[in-house]
Structures are given as C-alpha cells and as structure tokens.
Design a protein around this ligand. Structure first.
Ligand code: PAF
Length: 284
C-alpha cells in the first residue's frame, strides 16, 4: 500500500481529517533504515493508523554540522513506508515548516545543556521545537521515538509532561548490526576502516554493562578501557563523552548509585559524529 504523501499543512490537515481511530506518529529525518522500520512496526501495533514525518530540521543542526550532507533518500523512504503499511507520510519543505524565521522556540532548559547538549549547543532547543510543531500539525495520539537517542527521548517526555502536550510518548529499542554497531542514518558516511573503528562504541557500552556488579566506577572504567584502545586505532575514535547518567535527567549518577542508569557515549570517527547508549541497572 502506497502511503498518502502530504507536503503542505493544508494537504496534511485534509488527510488527518480522514483518519478514523487512533493515530501514531513516527517523526524522522528520513534516510530510513531498519531502526526506523522497527519504530513504524511498533506504531502499527499501538494505533489504528500510522503517520511518518520526513523532515531534515535545520533548527537542530549547529554551524559546521552535517545539515547539507545529511542523507536525503526520499524515494527509498516512501518504498520503506509502503512496505511497512504506513498510512500517511508528511514531508514538508523548510518553507512549509518555517514560513518565517521563528522568533519563539522551545527552550530545552538545563537538561538540554547536559551531555549531548554540551557538545551540540542549541541542538535540543531545535529538536524540541520541531517535535512540538509536528505534534500540533499531525495531532497524533501516540508518538514513537528510538531509544538510541536516549537523551532526545527523555527530553521529549519532559516537554510533554511540562507543557501538558496530549501525546503519549513511546520508546522503541535500538536496532544493531550483528557486531553491535547501532543503526544510524549517519553510518552511511563511514568508510570500511571507519566502520571497523566505530564498533568500539557499542563494544565499550557492552563492556561497561557487563561490569555493573562492580558499581558505577567499574562500569565507566571498563567502557573507557575499550574506548582508549579505539583512540589509538587507525582511523582513531575521538571521544566526545562517556557518561553514566540518570535516565530521566541526564545528570551523572553518584558513586554509590542504585537503580537504573544509562551509559551514554559519543565520538567522532573521521568526520562522522556517532552516539550510542545502553541501560545499566545497579542493585535490584
Ligand atoms: O531523531 C530524529 O530523527 C530527529 O531528531 C527528530 C526527532 C525527527 C526531530 O527532527
């Protein structure tokens, strides 16, 4: 089934008016891969109809980031949506989403300055702004986001709670290659050698999670040992951060922490910025 494609607000409003029952939205920036497809399948299980948005949001890219080269694969995205039985694809242009330079935007607050926000100032403001706009335009009952972007997911949950946005937020598990590399639209930038170095990110997270019985310091130490090795690989991994954080606030957990945590990592291989994370449980 080919989805209905809406490119303007008017087209979207007309299609939305015809959707009966509940609607789940999967917001994406396109370049759909198996990770997105698993989110679409989850959305399908949760609602009567599924919408996917495809929009590379300039507001969440900083100067010098990969906005211009971000992969745009619209025809293949529509094929993937058709294969997954998506009902509606909303694919606006920048002019449709931002007819004027926005003056009022969502401020991500302190959480937006932590971890990924420290290396990408303004990123979470731009991301939350477009997500809120998509919620207003598509008016979904449910929205499904990948757990691979754990801080993004935590911030969206926080925005929805703080601003009383009537959308249920659902996370979908990270999909990985056989060797552990998390699927990402940015993986296609990697050369073969870079790809071999990049797998250290997921290996470090796994080594950390395996050390959970030893407490937070042991987790970070085990992960860091893997990353240190990758830092002297050819090509090297340039680590941006490795942190063990509270899943809801993204503040670093204390030495004696018990309960859930997220081990989050980001680094650059060549010119490609990659992130990954794993949940880690301390105590029962
Ligand atoms: O995760 C993404 O692809 C983007 O950050 C999102 C949520 C679609 C907003 O542009």
């Amino acid at each position: 089934m080919t989805p209905v494609i809406a490119q303007t607000r008017e087209e979207l409003a007309a299609v939305r008016a015809g959707v009966g029952g509940t609607l789940a939205l999967v917001p994406t920036m396109g370049a759909l891969h198996e990770g997105h497809r698993s989110l679409i399948r989850k959305a399908r299980q949760l609602a009567d109809a599924v919408a996917v948005s495809v929009f590379v949001n300039p507001l969440q890219f900083g100067a010098g980031e990969d906005l211009d080269r971000y992969p745009r694969t619209f025809a293949a995205d529509i094929e993937a949506c058709a294969a997954e039985g998506v009902d509606v694809v909303f694919a606006p242009t920048v002019e449709v989403m931002y007819p004027d330079r926005p003056q009022v935007t969502v401020q991500a607050g302190p959480m937006g300055e932590r971890v990924e926000g420290r290396t990408r100032p303004g990123h979470f403001d731009g991301m939350l702004t477009v997500v809120l706009k998509l919620f207003h335009l598509v008016n979904p009952d449910i929205a499904v986001f990948g757990e691979k972007d754990a801080q993004q997911l935590a911030m969206i949950r926080r925005m929805v709670a703080d601003l009383n946005v009537p959308v249920e937020i659902v996370g979908g598990p990270t999909v990985r290659e056989l060797d552990g590399l998390a699927l990402s639209s940015r993986n296609r930038y990697l050369s073969g050698d870079e790809r071999r170095t990049a797998v250290a990110l997921s290996q470090a997270l796994q080594a950390g999670a395996d050390a959970a019985a030893g407490g937070p310091a042991a987790v970070v130490g085990a992960a860091r040992a893997v990353l240190d090795k990758a830092a002297s690989a050819e090509p090297p991994l340039a680590l941006d951060y490795l942190v063990l954080v509270d899943p809801a606030t993204f503040t670093e957990v204390a030495a004696g922490h018990t309960g859930p945590a997220v081990l989050a990592v980001a680094g650059r291989v060549g010119t490609t910025h990659l992130i990954d994370n794993l949940p880690v449980q301390f105590g029962s």
